[in-house]
Design a protein around this ligand. Sequence first.
Ligand code: SF4
Length: 192
Amino acid sequence: MNDVLRELAAPVLSYTIKKIERIEKGAVHLQEGTTFTSPILAKVLEHCEEMICFIVTIGSALEMEAARLNDYNRLTEAYILDRLGSLTAEHTINAFHDNMNRRYRNKGYGVTLRFSPGYCDWLITEQQKLFLLVDTEAIGVTLTESCLMHPRKSISGVFGLFPVATDDTTSPYNPCVQCRKRGCHARRRRVD
Ligand code: SF4
């Protein structure tokens, strides 16, 4: 399966770093004019000076192969391949997040947890604003009218950079700790 995965999944990532002008009334205002509206995101980014906007994709070959397997009624293989595609995209963005955490720690900054449009109270329609900030052409990701990404195995989102003392090991704010939403598959039980 490893060889198949290597052949079908080609992770690529595009990102940009934007200065935050101010955060007020549940909205994050960027210096270049974009405003993201989400009280939870605004709280997460409360002490941040900059925000990293990213989109990652593994391309469309894997989902095409999963669809082909489905058509031939090879449902278990299709399901496993689909799950592996999701995990590969997750692993790619987690590695990027960890990498940025290490890089910015040395410069006196911490990184927040990451958030994506469509989760918490951040409307999926804000995906359109995110897509105007990131170079999506370079990685071949497009948005449908309902703001879903194509290829489907793509992840978009943001995380913040906030000043922190190099010996400060305090965890960044995690809204999931107080959130009562049941069955949220994006819930973070620990901060990493
Ligand atoms: S559990 Fe966490 S990710 Fe899910 S809605 Fe609540 S705050 Fe957002």
